[in-house]
Ligand binder design. Structure first.
Ligand code: ADP
Ligand code: MG
Length: 409
């Protein structure tokens, strides 16, 4: 496995070059986006919408197994200023992508025809039209604080912000899960990036001071109170700033492995295997599939355990659940890497109550639940350990549970 430091260029099959925002700037408000829109298009936008990036507290690699997860929205978000156009043209510009922008006819949109970053917003318009919504063109200006390619779902933030903008521009009034499904279709089918539904559901439906308990089969979801500051704690998001190039192929292989295991067990999905049935099921599986199934089943159980603890107000007890989740991803699912393992081990040694890699794996971010007065020490310890191991120091983002997609101007 080779490390590919993210030099401001996205991973992914046809990703356009997008500059990284080091440290995940949290900027103040929509006024700047309104001004930038007016500079570019000569008029003020009809509105500005925002959709956040996310981290997943627990429930990793469960969404494509019809399972459960517990993501939350981050303060970093994609902002989209937009103005309805009567002529069917879709004009797109991103502050991060730069350049002259892109102009597309909405009538001719088809999967695989739009290259670069524009495929995400174009995919949203395509998905809306496919679903029978009467939508046309728009002028769109994007400005996002979500770092790209860090596993914080900058792509879902972008797609969901555009979906929220179209919902507002065209008066669609779509329910949150429907918006999320359309944004996922945009990413999966139109942009050609396989992904589950968790990212979009988190970006659309999350609420401040809570995590989102999500059943990915039914999209039934519920906010679960999670406000670490009330307990003298904080959630740190440590971006390792590496994306190992194994990630895309490995994701497809893991997903296929889970589907094969479910078929061998005669189940619609691994979600349908209860924890009590795990020992017997493991004896019926080939050795390469057994650990995958063990991860998925125990991870679904960890989501249930985490939700019960948070409902009971026992936020500190979430720590060991996070750490157990990391061990499962490292030892059974085998999607961690040297950098995420180092960040987790160092954070724990420096006083974190729990820590785990979050996201698909092979790099990306680690979350750590830390006593507020240990936050600086944990960050310093991880930075020192990274330097000693020859890695660039991680970027640190605040993990305050934030709002989902909304109109901000
Ligand atoms: P992640 O979603 O984990 O950040 P992805 O590789 O799935 O990583 O998505 C990153 C891609 O999303 C970028 O390469 C780009 O195409 C698109 N993207 C995200 N944010 C922006 C933005 N602000 N402007 C333009 N494109 C963006
Ligand atoms: Mg993404």
């Amino acid at each position: 496995m080779t490390a590919a430091p993210r030099h401001g260029v996205s991973k992914g099959p046809v990703g356009g070059a997008v500059g990284r925002r080091e440290g995940g700037r949290t900027d103040g408000g929509a006024a700047a986006v309104v001004g930038a829109f007016a500079d570019r298009y000569g008029e003020r936008p009809d509105g500005v919408w925002a959709a956040p990036g996310r981290v997943n507290l627990i429930g990793e690699h469960t969404d494509y197994n019809d399972g459960f997860c517990l993501p939350m929205a981050l303060p970093v978000a994609a902002r989209v200023a937009a103005r309805r156009r009567p002529d069917g043209l879709l004009r797109l510009h991103s502050a991060q992508a730069g350049g002259a922008g892109t102009e597309l006819g909405t009538a001719a949109l088809a999967p695989g025809t739009v290259p670069g970053w524009a495929r995400y917003p174009a995919g949203v318009v395509w998905a809306l039209k496919e679903a029978g919504h009467r939508v046309g063109g728009a002028d769109v200006y994007v400005d996002s604080t979500v770092p790209t390619g860090a596993g914080l779902s900058s792509s879902a933030a972008l797609s969901c912000a555009v979906a929220a903008a179209y919902d507002g521009l065209y008066g669609l009034d779509l329910p949150g899960p429907e918006t999320a499904r359309l944004a996922q279709r945009a990413e999966h089918v139109f942009a050609g990036v396989p992904c589950g539904i968790m990212d979009q559901m988190a970006s659309v439906c999350a609420t401040p001071g809570a995590a989102l308990h999500l059943d990915t089969r039914t999209l039934v979801h519920r906010p679960v109170p999670f406000d670490p500051t009330v307990h003298g704690l904080g959630l740190l998001v440590l971006d390792t700033r590496v994306a190992h190039d194994l990630a895309d192929g490995a994701y497809a292989a893991l997903r296929a492995g889970c589907e094969r295991a479910a078929a061998l067990l005669g189940l619609p999905a691994l979600r349908d295997l209860p924890a009590a049935g795990l020992p017997a099921a493991l004896t019926r599986l080939p050795p390469e599939l057994a650990p995958l199934v063990r991860h998925v089943v125990t991870e679904n159980a960890r989501v249930a355990e985490a939700v019960a603890l948070l409902d009971a107000g026992d936020v500190p007890a979430l720590g060991p659940v996070l750490t157990a989740g990391h061990a499962s991803l490292r030892d059974d699912y085998r999607v961690s890497c040297a950098e995420t393992d180092l960040a987790v081990d160092t954070a724990l040694a420096a006083g974190a109550l729990g820590a785990r890699m979050t996201g698909g794996g092979f790099g990306g971010c680690v979350i750590a639940l830390v006593p507020a007065d240990r936050s600086t020490a944990v960050t310093a310890a991880v930075t020192t350990a990274f330097r000693a191991a020859g890695h660039a120091p991680p970027a640190v983002l605040p993990g305050d549970p934030s709002a989902g997609a909304r109109r901000v101007w």
